[in-house]
Design a protein around this ligand. Structure first.
Ligand SMILES: [Zn+2]
Ligand SMILES: [Zn+2]
Length: 296
């Protein structure tokens, strides 16, 4: 009997699954495993006020119902931002160094806190795929913010466009994503940036293009200094000219607006390297923006 119980405890995840199957009302928080009360339907009132409430209104209504209130409260939403370039919530010394940025701006959904690191690791390294739609949905408010940002930059250049209705599909000509190396793709079985990009593209009716590939495998970036990373990353990405040539040049004579998706923005060197490769290989002018899940 004992080993049997032990085995059951070990496989408690599966057991919970079975219970959920037998009683679909007994739901649990996909992040911490705590059971969700059926009464839980609204996000906790934020103390940050109206601005944050408006920002979070871009979350799907199902999102707050799918996560327990303590996990929801632990999400460090990146709003309001202080740095218009990288989307950081604090005054930013990093972006002063960008004298030759090849991308317009980055926005991230959340700050990369220890909880967010754990959530992403559960999905990325421990294969908890149930988290995928939720993590992607967490990007919706930041997606709305970067869409507004891109639309307003064009509007200030050509006042004629301000009157037209701004929809994500009218702002973005394409969504692309930062590629992982062939080795990483094989060991993990998926590219998280591509998955997030696909969900955003489908939700907003924007074409998704696999525009980049990674040249060679590098060591894990986390152990390196900022300048080491920058050097390493510079020649890491190549664009695919045949796919780039498929992008439709917009009628208004503006550059092709491209949204590049990644999971984490740390120094910006990855987004910079991808943008450099895209500009180099593209016949048409590009305006590249980035949307990342977390700002480290
Ligand atoms: Zn939870
Ligand atoms: Zn910055």
């Amino acid at each position: 009997m004992r080993p049997f119980i032990k085995q059951l405890l070990k496989r408690s995840g599966e057991l919970r699954h079975t219970i959920q199957f037998l009683n679909p009302n007994a739901r649990e928080c996909p992040f911490c495993g705590k059971s969700l009360k059926n009464s839980q339907s609204l996000p906790p009132q934020s103390s940050e006020g109206q601005a944050q409430k408006a920002y979070l209104s871009y979350l799907p209504p199902t999102f707050p119902r799918s996560v327990c209130s303590s996990c929801f409260a632990a999400i460090p939403w990146l709003t309001p931002i202080q740095c218009g370039k990288c989307g950081r919530g604090i005054p930013c010394p990093d972006c002063i160094r960008w004298t030759d940025a090849k991308f317009m701006a980055n926005r991230s959904a959340v700050q990369y806190s220890s909880e967010m690191r754990e959530w992403l690791a559960q999905y990325k390294y421990r294969g908890n795929e149930k988290l995928e739609p939720l993590l992607a949905q967490m990007m919706f408010p930041a997606f709305a913010a970067i869409t507004k940002e891109a639309a307003s930059r064009t509007a200030s250049n050509s006042p004629a466009t301000t009157a037209s209705i701004v929809t994500p599909a009218s702002v973005w000509d394409a969504i692309a994503f930062v590629p992982v190396s062939a080795e990483r793709a094989e060991e993990r079985g998926f590219n998280q940036a591509e998955r997030f990009a696909a969900i955003l593209a489908k939700q907003n009716h924007i074409p998704i293009f696999d525009l980049l590939f990674r040249e060679r495998h590098t060591e894990k970036q986390s152990f390196k200094s900022r300048s080491e990373r920058m050097k390493d990353t510079r020649r890491l990405f190549q664009a695919k000219p045949d796919l780039l040539s498929l992008l439709q040049t917009p009628a208004q004579g503006r550059p092709i607006r491209l949204l590049l998706i990644d999971d984490i923005y740390t120094t910006g060197s990855t987004i910079q390297a991808c943008s450099t490769a895209l500009h180099q290989q593209s016949q048409a002018p590009l305006a590249i923006y980035a949307l990342t899940w977390a700002r480290s």
